[in-house]
Design a protein around this ligand. Structure first.
Ligand SMILES: Nc1ncnc2c1ncn2[C@@H]1O[C@H](COP(=O)(O)OP(=O)(O)OP(=O)(O)O)[C@@H](O)[C@H]1O
Ligand SMILES: [Mg+2]
Length: 273
């Protein structure tokens, strides 16, 4: 495993409730299924203090989490959680989570203070995640970072760790007015020389019967180009049901549904790229 050079994706948009966590979990599970036969492994880093990833998959928290790892209070082994729930019928032997909780917010403040007062020997905030979590590339074929809606000073830190960003955009009125803003953080990071690419824009909550949804999709294609916009993810109640029914992913809850097929198309796109 030590010679692996895994790929790291950030699922990011500073707008709340656009489907970032749903996308991170579904994409990671889809990639895990793809690489299972080759003994590949996939990690989700929950970078949101809301801690929605473990809750959505119905996994038990451990004593340590990402905050402890970032503050050198534990090792990676102490805080990583296996998403395998084979005994409940959900076998995910090669999917792992680096969980978060409220404590991540405090850890971020502590790291910023250390960076500010530590002088020349301290690690700048924008390099902290690459420095502390860069090893994931050696352990995992794919790492997917679930970003919070506000990335604040850690925005550049996430983009320094990740290779590419996936940007979910909700196809509603607010999605339309912010067409350009969805990627402004990423473009700003690129302008300071951070090597982060946009893997794709992912239209979410898409209802093709609605004029506004079609018009947002059109605006996204016009602005970002057809090849950068992934197949839209339909608006569907199964996204709320799947985690509520025993912490399932869409691929477990309704694998033949349109929403599962749309996410499979994202998985295939990322795997083939
Ligand atoms: N395509 C969809 N259709 C309908 N509901 C969806 C869809 N995608 C996600 N949801 C639901 O919308 C809610 C918000 O989704 P999610 O948590 O993935 O967004 P988020 O961008 O991570 O939010 P936050 O910014 O708070 O982290 C959840 O209840 C989720 O189940
Ligand atoms: Mg989220």
């Amino acid at each position: 495993m030590s010679d692996k050079t895994g790929r790291v994706f950030a699922v990011a948009n500073r707008k709340g409730g656009v489907g970032k966590t749903t996308t991170a979990i579904t994409l990671a599970h889809g990639l895990a299924k793809k690489v299972q036969a080759q003994n590949g492994r996939v990690l989700i880093i929950d970078f949101d203090p809301q801690g929605n990833v473990t809750a959505s998959l119905n996994l038990q928290p451990r004593e340590f989490d990402l905050a402890d790892l970032l503050l050198d209070r534990c090792t990676f082994k102490d805080c990583v959680v296996s998403a395998n729930r084979a005994s409940d019928g959900y076998a995910r032997p090669n999917l792992f989570i680096l969980p978060s909780a409220d404590s991540l917010a405090e850890a971020k403040s502590e790291l910023m203070i250390k960076a500010a007062i530590g002088g020349r020997r301290s690690i700048p905030v924008e390099d902290i995640l690459a420095h502390k979590l860069g090893f994931v590339r050696q352990l995992f074929d794919y790492t997917v970072i679930d970003c919070p809606p506000t990335l604040d000073a850690f925005s550049d830190a996430v983009y320094n760790l990740a290779d590419e960003a996936i940007v979910p955009v909700k196809t509603d009125f607010l999605g339309e007015v912010g067409t350009v803003r969805h990627t402004s953080d990423i473009l700003a990071a690129q302008s300071y020389g951070i090597d982060i690419k946009i893997a794709c824009i992912l239209p979410t909550f898409y209802d093709q019967r609605l004029t506004i949804a079609r018009s947002v999709l059109e605006a996204l294609v016009k602005h970002y180009g057809k090849s950068s916009v992934a197949m839209p993810i339909p608006r569907s109640t199964i996204f709320e049901q799947a985690p509520a029914v025993d912490g399932q992913t869409i691929f477990e809850y309704q694998p033949d549904s349109m929403p599962a097929r749309a996410y499979q198309s994202l998985v295939d796109r990322i795997y083939a790229s």
